[in-house]
Design a protein around this ligand. Sequence first.
Ligand code: DUC
Ligand code: ZN
Ligand code: ZN
Length: 478
Amino acid sequence: MSTLLITGGTVVSATGRTEADVLVDGERVVAVLAPGSTLLGHDLAGSVDRVIDASGKYVIPGGIDAHTHFELPFGGTNASDTFETGTRAAAWGGTTSVIDFAVQRYGERVEDGLAAWHDKASASCAIDYGFHQIIGGVDEFSLKSMELLANEGITSYKLFMAYPGVFYSDDAQILKAMQKARDLGLLTMMHAENGPAIDVLAEQLYNEGKTTPYFHGIARAWQMEEEATHRAIMLADVTDAPLYVVHVSAKQAVAQLAAARDRGKNVFGETCPQYLYLSLEDQLGASSEEWGDFEGAKWVCSTPLRSREEGHQHAMWQGLRTNDLQMVSTDHCPFCMKDQKELGKGDFRAIPNGIGSLEHRMDLMYQGVVTGEISLERWVELTSTTPARMFGLYGKKGVIAPGADADVVVYDPNGHTSIGLGKTHHMNMDHSAWEGYEIDGHVDVVVSRGRVIVDGGEYLGHKGDGTYLKRGLSQYLI
Ligand code: DUC
Ligand code: ZN
Ligand code: ZN
């Protein structure tokens, strides 16, 4: 067991900041000390195995990305990050826990999907990991299997109102699953888009010769997200089940969440960096020398990037400030252009949906602190503390306090990060959705359960060091 002292930094939590030294013994934080404290001896620095000087830097709880899809079979291919490559990239970016989605489809057993995800993840992860369960085929068997999930530490599951024929659930299925979830204390996560209507719109656009990535965003109109969000809220209301809407991108959907929350409902929403920074016009409508008007395929994801002219990005930041949106995850679902996104050349409907952002979430959200969109404390809350509370990890994760896992990031506000291929990029992708983004800050040191895994530009993590997070019930409910 080794000991570590992080000294001279500003420890930032969801509720404040303070000058303090953080003492780590083995895998845990054991003390947060006033600078110069002699409580634990006159030469604490001399008695520990390692001292990290964090002077002038922020000391924050490690990031928790509660929405990743490693190796997800989707759109005729598999998401290109494995648990190994994905968790390594996460570590580089200051994220020390991920929650990925195990998959069950029609005709499959939930238990088998879960076992497959454990097989992929165990011995592969550099940081700690947990699972949500996708229930892509709601039937009497999968409903019964939900009873096992909480005991396995899987206290949240995801349904899709989109993707008919793949993961789609109709209203009757959603209602039944929510009733079961309410009884079991599980949190229902919802992909809220009206899939059947979207598929009709997409087919009509395609038949009119509108085949480029831009039309992915047109087919998946904001009305489709608002309507599904409202329907999900009503189904949750009538079943008295808590609801967490994933990857919110339409300002009208935020308004639906806000209205439900104003009525005192246990309704929550996450957004993702892509919906804060990127747009229909600038990205889905982009063209390049290499890819022509297929360039926009890099940013085909669902929910889609939305029009900047309509003000969705502004509304997402606003929602984060007002707590109408509570968290920022990435929906990390990377695909290469070559052989993967290319499947949809000439037909936007066949482009695998997904963007890779996991490595850059902490930086991109810190840039929101620099530009005044959110406070320093809110940065920590959105990226670590609330994810921990929402998904039953708080106390162990999401906070720097005695007894918590020593997942700590030393972040340098005077540092700089240039994002892009050949610069900062460790995800298994042949392009970056964030090429050219410049961040006025830098992840200097990353500690995962007491082990230093990133140290000033050097990666020291190991495949297999990450452990499975058996999660408790949500600690965020009203
Ligand atoms: N959206 C994506 O962009 N990718 C994976 C699944 C999803 O819902
Ligand atoms: Zn989704
Ligand atoms: Zn997702």
